[in-house]
Design a protein around this ligand. Sequence first.
Ligand code: AP5
Ligand code: MG
Length: 215
Amino acid sequence: MNIILLGPPGAGKGTQSAGLVERHGMKQLSTGDMLRAAVAEGTPVGLEAKAIMDRGEFVSDEIVSKLIDDNIAAMPADQGAIFDGYPRTAAQGEQLDEILAKHGRKLDYVIELSVDLDALVERITGRFSCANCGALYHDTANPPAKEGVCDNCGSIEFKRRPDDNEETVRTRNKEYTEKTAPILPRYEERGIVKRVDGMADIDAVAASIDAVLKG
Ligand code: AP5
Ligand code: MG
């Protein structure tokens, strides 16, 4: 099964992807995570992307679609893919169709996490992750069971994203509203869009997504 998780910054795409990987053995393809890895490694893509990401604007369609294509090419044909934060523009939607066709895959569902944009600033400014394994947390909504220790790997090092500040979040929301939300009709025409209440608690959102996948 191949699915897109669609939603604005802080909607819970990364959190729900991690659950799907654990429950169903799918592979998370997050262009944001790929770009952050490129920035950390100082690759040419990372050097080009860093300032754009820090401003909350979109990196070029060519760069992100190439990342997706390369990652799909390396996946076993029978493993399902979760597209997290991709596609984000009309051009990326077209490129994804081409990439999927090339690799003999088809898109099963576009799961839209419906959320209240105003509530997301608090989610994003409270977010942190494990510096070792990347597990996602939130200061109040989802802290580690033992304060200061990662539930997943036991590390005591955590980090916050440089783009998780109020000003950048506003730009990221604007980019989503102007460029990403308008790609939904492409999938509505195909009858594959499913809406899930992204404001419910994390486990309830996961249960709603699983209900969609069961068909
Ligand atoms: P990306 O990394 O994709 O960021 P984003 O889309 O802004 O989304 P986030 O990762 O901020 O949010 P999320 O939906 O994953 O929420 P999360 O689960 O973490 O992209 C970053 C940048 O890279 C872009 O701005 C752009 O520059 C570039 N980029 C990436 N892809 C691109 C593309 N395709 N084209 C062009 N440029 C691209 O949850 C957030 C917080 O809330 C966490 O703390 C979590 O614990 C908490 N939380 C989650 N769910 C719940 C819940 N149900 N209740 C309470 N708290 C919750
Ligand atoms: Mg994310």
